[in-house]
Design a protein around this ligand. Sequence first.
Ligand code: ATP
Ligand code: MG
Length: 359
Amino acid sequence: MRKIALVNQKGGCGKTTTAINLAGCLAGEGRKVLLIDLDPQGHSALGLGVKPDEIEKTIYEVLSEKIPISKAIQILRENLSAVFSDVVLSAFEQVMAGVPGREYRLVQNLEHIENNYDYLIIDSPPSIGLLTFNGLMASREVIIPVDSSFFSLHGLRKLIDTIRIIEEKVEHRLSIKILATNIDLRTNFCRGVMETLRAEFPEKCFKTVIHTCTRLREAAIHGKPIAEYDKQCAAFRDYQNLTEEIIDEEAEMDAEIRGHESLFTDDKSSTEPVERKIVFTLEAPETAAVQIAGDFNNWIPEALDLCDPMSKPTWQKIIPLKPGAYQYKYLIDGWWITDPENDKVVNDPTGHTNSVINI
Ligand SMILES: Nc1ncnc2c1ncn2[C@@H]1O[C@H](COP(=O)(O)OP(=O)(O)OP(=O)(O)O)[C@@H](O)[C@H]1O
Ligand SMILES: [Mg+2]
């Protein structure tokens, strides 16, 4: 499954419009698509003609671990399903404050449906907070829609820097592409914006440009992707071109995703049990030396990385583990402790108490 997040902290630059129409066009090309709305504004549902009272379960309930993601998926059309949001999602950041691993809630949920879709398209809110962070961690690709304003160009540079910092901190590689949206090439200003984008980010810009097209606004009001509303307009042609550009990258991206996964999994052709990436997380002061040791590394302590750029200092290590039971402990500044987030403990033959994880 290719996982693509639409991200830009600037509001109104075309994230939702692109999420809906890219998802619609990919579905039209026979790809199985799941759209997830991580924006409490809930615009994806509106843009796809789903009224608030038709949404039974939301992404909030999934991320709060009240229900599995499969229970929140709504089948909309052939090849197109979605998990929608509503305003309650705006409480997520506050409710999850201080909860270890909160940036990985979406990743963990996706594990169960990984093989059911060809594409995951994530719509994000206009901020780089916990929700967008969940989207970034769940994605391998980021599309940044950029509209034609001075503020957009300024924000774009900052956003790319921010994503790179996040990538380094949590060692999660993301491919970034820029999509120019709402562009009226009849104006000198828009032509200037396009020139700047292509000069500054030659490798990152999609060839496709989404031109200004009022039919897109109308389609959103009627709750339809442009592919269903008007196949004659410029916007349909543009989103179809974008879709083809993305589909053309499939072989390349699949190889990259396989390469990435092979870091964590055994050869798929073997009958060996598949390893899972287990995220060990611990809150501890930034100045501490934090290590983990257990059955999986012959009790030779390995350092955790300080990884939480959001708020409280959180340390983390991703360890690939095959199914089984593993005893482990953390070591903070030379002091052994059991995992404060894990109730399961055993006493080893020497009388020490260790945490246990069952995979
Ligand atoms: N190419 C376009 N031509 C004309 N109007 C457009 C185009 N793209 C987007 N719009 C309109 O611009 C407005 C903002 O678009 P959209 O909601 O997709 O932005 P957004 O980035 O998701 O906003 P937010 O950050 O608030 O979630 C909408 O009214 C949409 O219909
Ligand atoms: Mg939006």
